[in-house]
Design a protein around this ligand. Structure first.
Ligand code: ACO
Length: 429
């Protein structure tokens, strides 16, 4: 990529130099912060197609080359060699942990996995068929009220809130799985391994014992790693903008969970599986469904396809597809749906509509099939995404709060309403 040497903007015949912000790799930026003061103009960029909202040293994506790196480490290497808590430490603290530091994090998280009785009552107050993302968002915000000692900007509070969020949201999500499947809540143990303990709380019978299938454990750990961060996506930007008002981390992450729930973002994993089933129920062939998507008349999209940043194969999607292949053949999952998904991918990738728009499978296209094979019902797919994304949200909140240049997030607008008019009394309207 060639580097821009300078940037100038001419307004009404006057040319101004705009300062450049340099990246270590990837796109440099043109700073427009003083433009309003200097010219009276604002920049317009709906959907933030071309706006860098911050500097960040956490995650790098090259969407054209299909590259994703956490703190400089390629996702493929982390997926092969690392574990989820290790990746969480890396994202939050910037370096891979030593063995001692990792053991300390695991112990600390394990000790905090129990939740206050009030949280259990709170979870029980929602309708049984409430979508778990709504409950998770509410419960995450409520954590600040049960653990006020972890609310604050000091180092102690920040570390405590980090551990509380990793630990207690895992328990809440496991409890949500139990609620969806009709089981009673069981107590976390204080010395478990994070992923094992999550699975035990989610899946064990009333005696609290679970024989964990190593294939499932490994696949779940991997999925959590793949979801752990993705720079300034919709939910992370939400966490940052809420946190920029100095709202506490629980309120900020709760808002991020709301953003994640949408079908154009994390909710796409649930939507993709519903789409596969919808195709089967409709009796359409995959070719007919793809034709409907291209026609746009029915508003159908190929869920789990396309991405704002990736204009090539999502590197996470490639890993997930590979794992889905292995896990489904080992555990026996919904092979018919997997084959249909592969056929959809094949047709789309050779179709001019998708080629022209550079639409490829994203991480959500195959994950639902894997979660299903592991025994999670469809409503739990997006909460599992949230479990994986937790370290990313925490890392971004912390990075932003530690940066003295952080300002409250407050976009401008182009006003298009009435200019000014006089109030008409009610009787005269
Ligand atoms: N199926 C069919 N057409 C699509 C799809 C799709 N999945 N995605 C984009 N397009 C088309 C659009 O209709 C548009 O066509 P046009 O140029 O004829 O108007 C063009 O491709 C560009 O699409 P935009 O919506 O403008 O792209 P944007 O970057 O705003 O949206 C998004 C990205 C939201 C991910 C989109 O691709 C989409 O809706 N995908 C399906 C939902 C999904 O899988 N979301 C998960 C994303 S990954 C994640 O959040 C974890």
């Amino acid at each position: 990529m060639t580097r821009v040497v300078d940037a100038r903007l001419t307004v009404d015949g006057t040319t101004r130099e705009l300062p450049l912000e340099r990246s270590t790799v990837g796109n440099d930026g043109v700073s427009v912060s003083t433009l309003l003061k200097d010219t009276g103009l604002v920049t317009v960029d709906p959907g933030f197609m071309n706006t860098a909202s911050c500097e960040s040293a956490i995650t790098y994506i090259d969407g054209d080359a299909g590259i994703l790196r956490y703190r400089g480490y390629p996702i493929e290497q982390l997926a092969e060699h690392s574990t989820f808590l290790e990746v969480a430490y890396l994202l939050i603290h910037g370096e891979l942990p030593s063995e001692d530091l990792l053991a300390a994090l695991n112990n600390r998280v394990a000790r905090h996995m129990h939740v206050h009785e009030g949280i259990k009552t709170f979870l029980g107050a929602f309708p049984r068929d409430a979508h778990p993302m709504a409950v998770l968002s509410g419960a995450t915000s409520a954590l600040s009220t049960f653990y006020p000692e972890s609310v604050g900007r000091g180092e102690h509070e920040t570390e405590l809130a980090t551990v509380q969020l990793l630990a207690k949201t895992a328990t809440v999500i496991a409890y949500l799985q139990r609620r969806v499947t009709g089981g009673d809540l069981i107590e976390p143990r204080k010395d478990g391994n994070y992923v094992d303990e999550f699975m035990r709380i989610a899946f064990s019978g009333p005696d609290g014992e679970l024989d964990i299938d190593p294939t499932i454990r490994k696949a779940l750990d991997l999925l959590l790693i793949l979801h752990a961060d993705h720079e300034q996506n919709c939910s992370t930007s939400t966490v940052r903008i809420v946190g920029s008002s100095q709202a506490n981390i629980y309120a900020s992450v709760s808002a991020g969970i709301g953003a994640l729930s949408g079908p154009l973002h994390g909710g796409a994993n649930e939507a993709a599986l519903s789409m596969f089933d919808g195709i089967k129920e409709s009796g359409d062939t995959v070719e007919q469904f793809v034709a409907k998507v291209k026609d746009k008349a029915e508003g159908a999209r190929l869920m789990g396809f396309g991405h704002r940043v990736y204009k090539s194969y999502d590197p996470r999607g490639a890993v997930v597809k590979d794992v889905a292949n292995k896990v489904l053949s080992e555990l026996g999952g919904n092979d018919e749906t997997f084959q249909m998904a592969q056929r959809l991918e094949e047709i789309a990738l050779s179709d001019e509509y998708f080629i022209e728009r550079k639409l490829y499978p994203n991480v959500d296209f195959y994950t639902g099939l894997l979660y299903s094979a592991m025994g999670f019902p469809r409503q739990m797919f997006t909460p599992l995404f949230a479990l994986g994304r937790m370290p990313g949200w925490i890392a971004h909140y912390r990075e932003m709060m530690a940066d003295p240049r952080t300002k409250i997030g407050r976009p401008r607008q182009i006003y298009t309403g009435e200019v000014e008019r006089d109030y008409t009394p009610l009787a005269e309207r």
